[in-house]
Structure formats: structure tokens, C-alpha cells
Design a protein around this ligand. Structure first.
Ligand code: NMX
Ligand code: MLT
Length: 417
């Protein structure tokens, strides 16, 4: 990195147009992110591997064909496809690191039980910062060259603890606090499914493994990754940085869209009085939503210009494992009906479904119909990518992020020049 910068540091890599300054910085190349890269047409690649390639190459658990998220984390952090032994080591390492402190459970319990699960999740993560090693080592006086080490320790400890924290929130919110102890014979995602206690069907564990894999990373510019990166660049530790990223994920244009999709479908079913709406009924409901000045959740994307490969992976899972489910059927009908309607508006750059359009329908099928919880699932997965990247940011010694803002007067004066 140093050599390349020394030789080519002033090489132009991009230019910024006025519409990008006002338009949420779409497409402006401005950060380095090694764990994954997003192509507008082909979608996400993790260290060069597409989602179908991950399914083929990453280790899976005996009796299951879905990849283990441990394997993806290894690939993102190290850049190599792990062996079965590597993944087993990582599973055991996370198991030994799992530690949700008692005071975190108390802090969560002190919130009203109807508190949105994302609020509970973010409060919980921040309260676990007392476990932080980076901040302690920094306070003691640590050399810059050592930053990556406690960063890695915090990232690993946090990832190890997130399923238990998240499951605690689920059981507290929806199961009268009847908590389920971890089963250490299971892998990270399988154990998460077990602690949620939603379904005894082994396929639910399989779903969680693939869900935790496909949501893990979406290059660095998305709001949750970018927020984690920005906050981390101040040398805030992984607990603070990831909690900040989760605040970004909780927005309805980002991760919260997964709950909005099922809310939208449930409202439509209630209004129509049937869970088998006709195409015309769905089309009419879509127009009503648009006429009310609202977006169709789960459709569109800031970068993608084709159906999201994560949507297609979930569709493949549903086709293989679910037969004739009313909510899944509605999602498939929407895949046909929504894009031409959005295209007809003449302003939507991507009319195709994103990951959030499909994920909820499969969760409902297995009994997880408390849609306010869905973004927590997305968040547990997103930890894998953003925390692997945070380790790299400290290892590379990337500086404080501090782009330039301008005033409208400055822009007008530039235009007059
Ligand atoms: N329904 C209705 N209108 C839409 C939609 C949609 N699904 N998607 C984009 N538009 C509108 C958008 O609101 C904007 O309108 P206006 O000019 O009146 O403000 C116009 O189309 C142009 O927007 P785009 O440039 O196509 O999209 P942009 O990059 O600004 O935003 C999203 C991307 C994802 C925020 C947007 O497509 C959206 O709001 N989608 C619905 C929410 C959603 O599914 N979010 C999840 C994204 C994935 N994730 O998990 O984070
Ligand atoms: C994501 O997974 O972060 C979303 O698809 C949003 C994005 O990439 O901008």
C-alpha cells in the first residue's frame, strides 16, 4: 500500500459531479474495503467469490448444504477459503469467547418490553463495551503498530456474543423471557437458531446459516458498513463502531426495510381479507402505496441494477425447501408485478427486488412472524463483514475519515467562475 501510494499517490481515480454532492455521494470512490466488492449487475462478491460460489466452496455442516458463516468470516478476514478444520476451530473459538455480561441483560430488562428490538440490540452492544480490550489498552498507552491486535480480540469477542444477545432480546420480547441455553455442540448460526427457539425444523438452522452468510457484507459504502468504518476511524472500539453501524441499519431505507416488507404484505392481506390476492389486487395496492407518497419496501437499490443475488439465493432456498406458502407466493408475485410499475414511474433507477423483499417471507414460514425483530438478524450477520473490515482498517493504519463539505454559496460561486 505504501509503495503504491508513494508512486501513484496523486493519480486521479474518480471525479465528483454536482449531482453526486447533492445526491448522497452515489458512486463516489472514496474508501478502501477489502472484504467484498459490489458490481451493479453481478451483485456482491466476497473476496472475489459470488454467492453461488460460496455455497460451492465454503465448508458446511454434515447433513446440510448451506455454507457456514464461520467460513465466510475466515475468507473475508484472511482472504483464503478455509478448510473444514479451520471452520471448526473458529466455531470453537467463538464458543469459548461468548460472554454477554450480566449487566447487559439487566440494562435490556430495564427497557419497556415493547421497546423495538433494534433499540434493545444497540443498547445491549454499547453496554458490552465494558468488555472492550482496545479501549483499555489504548488508555494504558499502546503503540500504533499494535492497534490491530486488541481490535481483533474485541471483534472476535463481540461476534461470539451477538447470537446470545440477540436471542435474549427475542425471547424477552416475544416469549415471556423464557430463555434457551446455548447448545455448544452446534455451530455459531445453528446455535443462534436453537437459542431463538422458533422452530425445531433442522431447515430453520440451515436457513440461519445461509441468512447469516448472505447478509454479512455489501462492500464498504452501504450505510451500516460506512458508519462502522467512519466511527472506527476515530479509534472508537468495535463495540462503539458496530453499535453506530447498527443505528444506520435501523433506518427503513436500509436494513429496517426487511420488517417493512412483511408489514406491507400483512397490511395488504388484512385490507383485502385474503392471503391469496390476485395480480390485479396486488397491483392496486402497490399504486395506493405510491399514491400515498411511500416507497415499495424491498425494491430498488443505490448500486444494484439487476435483481439482488441475495434475493435470488433466498428464492432458491424457498424453492428447494418450502411448498406452497402464501406469503412466499405473494413475494414471488411481487417479483413479477412491482418492477414494471416502478419502471413506469420513470425515475426509479433499479426496479428490481433487493434482499429484504424475500427474507421475511421465509422467516414467517418457519414461525418467526414478529417482523420488528428482522433487522436484528440482519445486524448479527452484518457484524461479520464490518468487523473483519475494521480489523483491516487498524492493521493498515487507515487514518481518521474526514471528507470535505461545502456550502450552497460555495457551489454557486464555483458555478459562476
Ligand atoms: N418505491 C418507490 N419509489 C422508489 C423506490 C421504491 N422501492 N426506489 C426508489 N424510488 C424512488 C426514490 O424514492 C426517488 O424518488 P424521488 O426522486 O421522488 O426522491 C427515485 O425513485 C430515485 O431513487 P433511486 O436513485 O432509484 O434510488 P436511491 O439510490 O436514491 O435509493 C433505495 C435507494 C434503496 C433507498 C430506494 O430504492 C428505496 O427507498 N427502496 C425501498 C426501501 C428499501 O427496500 N431499502 C432496502 C435497501 C437494501 N438494504 O437492505 O439496505
Ligand atoms: C446492504 O446490504 O448494505 C444494502 O443492500 C444496502 C447497500 O448496499 O447500499
Amino acid at each position: 500500500m505504501r509503495e503504491v501510494l508513494k508512486e501513484h499517490g496523486d493519480r486521479k481515480m474518480d471525479e465528483v459531479r454536482l449531482q453526486q454532492i447533492f445526491g448522497g455521494m452515489r458512486g463516489v470512490k472514496s474508501m478502501i474495503w477489502e472484504t467484498s466488492a459490489l458490481d451493479a449487475v453481478d451483485g456482491i462478491r466476497f473476496r472475489g467469490y459470488s454467492i453461488p460460489e460460496l455455497k460451492e466452496k465454503l465448508p458446511s455442516r454434515e447433513g446440510d448444504s448451506e455454507p457456514l458463516p464461520e467460513g465466510l468470516f475466515w475468507l473475508m478476514l484472511i482472504g483464503e477459503v478455509p478448510t473444514n478444520e479451520d471452520v471448526e476451530w473458529l466455531s470453537n473459538d467463538w464458543e469459548s469467547r461468548r460472554n454477554v455480561p450480566g449487566h447487559t441483560l439487566k440494562v435490556i430488562d430495564s427497557l419497556p418490553v415493547e421497546t423495538h428490538p433494534m433499540t434493545q440490540f444497540i443498547v445491549g452492544i454499547n453496554s458490552m463495551q465494558t468488555n472492550g480490550i482496545f479501549s483499555k489498552r489504548y488508555a494504558e498507552g499502546m503503540s500504533k503498530g499494535d492497534y490491530w491486535d486488541p481490535m481483533y480480540e474485541d471483534a472476535m469477542n463481540l461476534i461470539a456474543s451477538l447470537p446470545q444477545l440477540a436471542a435474549y432480546i427475542y425471547r424477552r420480547s416475544y416469549c415471556k423471557g423464557d430463555h434457551i441455553a446455548p447448545d455448544d455442540s452446534l455451530d455459531w448460526a445453528g446455535n443462534f437458531a436453537h437459542m431463538l427457539g422458533v422452530s425445531d425444523d433442522e431447515k430453520f438452522k440451515s436457513l440461519m446459516r445461509m441468512y447469516m452468510t448472505i447478509h454479512a457484507d455489501h462492500e464498504g459504502g452501504n450505510a451500516s458498513a460506512h458508519t462502522t468504518h467512519l466511527v472506527g476511524s476515530t479509534l472508537s472500539d468495535p463495540y462503539f463502531s458496530f453499535a453506530a453501524g447498527m443505528c444506520a441499519l435501523a433506518g427503513p431505507l436500509h436494513g429496517l426495510a426487511n420488517q417493512e416488507v412483511i408489514k406491507w404484505i400483512f397490511n395488504m392481506i388484512e385490507k383485502l381479507g385474503t392471503n391469496k390476492p390476485s395480480d390485479d389486487e396486488i397491483r392496486k395496492y402497490i399504486h395506493e402505496t405510491l399514491d400515498a407518497g411511500q416507497v415499495i419496501p424491498g425494491f430498488g437499490h443505490a448500486v444494484l441494477r439487476r435483481p439482488d443475488p441475495r434475493f435470488m439465493a433466498l428464492k432458491r432456498f424457498a424453492e428447494e425447501n418450502i411448498e406452497n406458502d402464501p406469503i412466499v407466493n405473494i413475494v414471488w408475485k411481487m417479483f413479477e408485478i412491482v418492477p414494471p410499475v416502478l419502471q413506469g414511474l420513470g425515475k426509479v433507477k433499479n426496479p428490481w427486488p433487493n434482499v429484504d423483499a424475500h427474507s421475511g417471507s421465509i422467516l414467517v414460514h418457519y414461525g418467526l412472524d414478529q417482523y420488528q425483530y428482522y433487522t436484528v438478524l440482519f445486524g448479527v450477520s452484518r457484524a461479520l463483514g464490518v468487523l473483519a473490515s475494521l480489523c483491516w482498517s487498524r492493521a493498515l493504519g487507515l487514518p481518521l475519515e474526514r471528507p470535505k463539505s461545502v456550502t450552497f454559496d460555495w457551489i454557486k460561486s464555483e458555478l459562476e467562475r
